[in-house]
Design a protein around this ligand. Structure first.
Ligand code: SF4
Length: 702
């Protein structure tokens, strides 16, 4: 798609998938039976460009691909069979209510998603705490960017994925891209990297694989998976040793430098080369490119963050930016490329185990008092912080007896997935609200079919902190309801008619309440309205009053800490939780491919995407393939201490010989998350998706 003129009848909206939230237009397909066509529109982030996922998204609206009526598991057949909404909702309310009565409120869990609109995420958090009274709520964003979020909070006092608009990436002097394959995950954003280089800037990509993104780099560093932290510390060591630290910036705008500096001095380049496999000359080249540039930035994504030390790894990159004076200045800084569509907004409005709307801490008495006031309840009635996502899923069938899932598919996306599938099966009751019959919905006692992107209005906050509006372009099928309607009905059935009034079904009414709840918080939306978003095509938070212009760039005057200074954090390298040994001699790392999105529940159903990426594979180096006697396309079994997965080998020289890669979008025997390690980061509770020890063998006969 290019910047074609936008016809008058087009509904401007945004893609249903990733955090770029590309702008697009939807209009009735000519001569078709109620279908929609995607047309380009000149939204500043993507300027008309879309990847194949976005351009094919209307397929998701087709009846054959999505749920169109509630399903209830019948005792006689044990099968999910059609039911009326009344029957399904009453069953959900009755079962959640009886578990709550029998075992206490915390026996009911809630699991949300980073693709839910801000309104849904807000209403879901409120529903859990006010109607169910449970502390047991978390969401799949914990598996996405939680380490970067925690590191942001620790260093800067606030977490916004990118503290600057994406357009700044094209205008800076050097970008270090650590653990991101932007060319496959967000193709329209590659434009910024191309423009960066056309403007004379340089690109350094850090990835154990020579990805399509790495191919565009001026310098590609390929560390052993799980050693990104050592790499960042090694670069900072060189900065100090070469006298390239920005002492004036450090003195005037930061705190904690002495301890952080002392900690990096042990990370000699030769030692870092031994740990990471990255040669010392490449380390020196990276420091030279970064420090020689007038402005520079570091962007991380899941490759650097999805580790049991992800928070410290991001902390080390932030230290690197601070020490070189590349933060809180125009065209410079640290940013996280959030993944899910509403990965940013989804973590701001209260579906996270430890948070209330406005990015407030649930444990903070002032925050509780403010939000309780908006909700019309006593602060003491709000439960405290609950378990993180993996801990919650691991507790299913134990002290958590019933679960409501909204917009998430942990059967595919959780680490140690076969175990988590077992925990879901062990529940007394599982209800899933989703657009499609995902692998998680297949296990449910009740499945509630809900509206999706083009059928509902709501706001999303993209990776830049830009709050966007999606307008409904067509009505949903007859027996499909919105998540907000589901919560409203359950509030009435579990509470009262007056309780239901606290859960309006009109998204704009929910947003108006969200504005009040967020007022004064870190993610302050109080100056943002639907009318404003529509008029300005997005508003950056914080936006504390209606006349406020919004804040595209953070930290230019001060950081969001109490003293306005960014905080260095003392961090040290540690090896992955699970090291290779004679039984499990290879490192597995996981990731994404161009044509699929997250757990694949949506994109695997779209014919053209499925044709482009029909199944899992195991990417391996020819040396490893030769050692185990397999050729390209041969079936191989990958085994870790937690399980196994089987998929065809894809033999390529574009990966380290001690590492294999599997995309994680599929269920069945190619489910990569059978293998992954649920060791958690102590701060963010992020599991170690990106490095575990495995054995790779030619697959035996079935
Ligand atoms: Fe959608 Fe992301 Fe593709 Fe843009 S890059 S079209 S937001 S999936």
């Amino acid at each position: 798609l290019t910047n074609a003129p936008v016809p008058a009848a087009v509904t401007p909206t945004h893609c249903p998938y990733c955090s770029l939230q590309c702008g697009m237009g939807l209009r009735a397909a000519a001569g078709a039976d109620g279908g929609l066509d995607v047309v380009a529109r000149d939204f500043p982030v993507n300027r008309g460009a879309l990847c194949g996922k976005g351009s094919s998204a209307p397929a998701l609206l087709s009846r054959g691909l999505r749920l169109t009526e509630p399903l209830v598991r019948r005792p006689g057949t044990g099968l999910l069979e059609p039911a009326t909404w009344e029957e399904a909702l009453e069953l959900v309310a009755e079962r959640l209510g009886s578990v709550r009565q029998g075992y206490g409120a915390d026996a009911v869990g809630v699991f949300g998603g980073g693709g839910l609109t801000n309104e849904k995420a807000y209403a879901l958090g409120k529903f859990a705490r006010v109607v169910l009274g449970t502390s047991q709520i978390d969401y799949n964003g914990r598996f996405c960017m939680s380490s970067a979020a925690a590191a942001h909070q620790r260093a800067f006092g606030v977490d916004r994925g990118l503290p600057f608009p994406l357009e700044d990436v094209a205008r800076t002097g050097c970008v270090i891209l650590a653990g991101s394959n932007l060319a496959e995950t967000m193709p329209p954003a590659v434009r910024y990297l191309r423009e960066l280089r056309e403007n004379g800037g340089t690109l350094i990509v850090i990835d154990p694989r020579r990805t399509k993104t790495a191919e565009q780099a001026d310098l590609h560093l390929a560390p052993r998976p799980g050693t990104d932290l050592a790499l960042a510390l090694g670069l900072l060591h060189l900065v100090v040793a070469q006298g390239r630290a920005d002492e004036e910036f450090i003195r005037e705008r930061t705190s904690g430098w002495e301890a952080a500096r002392a900690a990096v001095m042990a990370h000699w380049p030769e030692l870092v080369e031994r740990t990471t496999g990255v040669p010392v000359p490449q380390l020196r080249d990276a420091v030279a490119l970064f420090c020689d540039a007038q402005e520079a930035m570091v962007l991380t994504a899941r490759g650097a963050e999805q580790h049991a030390k992800g928070t410290d790894t991001v902390g080390a990159w932030i230290n690197f930016c601070l020490a070189t004076g590349r933060a809180g200045r125009p065209l410079s800084g640290y940013g996280c490329l959030t993944g899910q569509g509403n990965g940013q907004g989804g973590r701001e409005h209260g579906q996270k185990a430890d948070q209330l709307p406005g990015y407030r801490k649930l444990a903070d008495p002032a925050a509780r008092a403010h939000v309780a006031g908006v909700w019309g309840v006593e602060p003491d009635s709000l439960p405290g912080p609950g378990r993180s996502a993996y801990e919650l899923l691991d507790a299913l069938g134990g002290d958590v007896k019933a679960l409501l899932v909204m917009g998430s598919n942990p059967v595919v996306s959780a680490p140690r997935a076969a175990h988590i599938e077992g925990r879901l099966r062990a529940l007394d009751f599982l209800a899933v609200a989703d657009v499609v019959l995902s692998e998680t919905a297949e296990l449910a006692d009740v499945v509630l079919p809900v509206t999706q992107w083009a059928e509902e209005t709501g706001t999303m906050t993209n990776l830049e902190g830009r709050v966007l509006l999606r307008r409904a372009a067509l009505p949903p099928p007859e027996h499909v309801r919105s998540d907000l309607e589901v919560l409203n009905s359950l509030a009435e059935l579990l509470g009262s008619e007056s309780a239901a009034k606290g859960f309006p079904v009109d998204p704009e009414e929910v947003f108006e309440e969200l504005r009040l709840a967020s007022a004064g918080g870190a993610a302050d939306y109080s100056g943002i309205s639907y009318a404003r978003i529509e008029a300005e095509d997005g508003v950056f938070w914080p936006c504390p009053e209606e006349g406020h212009p919004g804040t595209p760039r953070l930290f230019l005057d001060r950081f969001a800490t109490e003293d306005g200074r960014a905080r260095f954090v003392e961090v040290a390298h540690r090896e992955p939780d699970e090291e290779t040994d004679a039984d499990y001699p290879v490192v597995l790392t996981t990731g994404r491919v161009l044509a699929q999105y997250q757990s694949g529940a949506q994109t695997r159903r779209v014919a053209e995407l499925n044709a482009a990426a029909p199944g899992a594979y195991v990417e391996m180096h020819p040396l490893l393939a030769g050692r185990i006697g397999v050729g390209d396309g041969d079936a191989v079994t990958v085994t870790s201490r937690r399980g196994r997965a089987t998929a065809p080998a894809r033999v390529t020289g574009a990966i380290r010989s001690d590492t294999v890669f599997m995309p994680f979008h599929w269920a069945g025997e190619g489910r990569a998350n059978n293998l992954t390690n649920p060791a958690l980061d102590p701060v963010s509770k992020m599991p170690e998706f990106k490095a575990c020890a495995v054995r790779v063998e030619r697959a035996g006969p079935a």
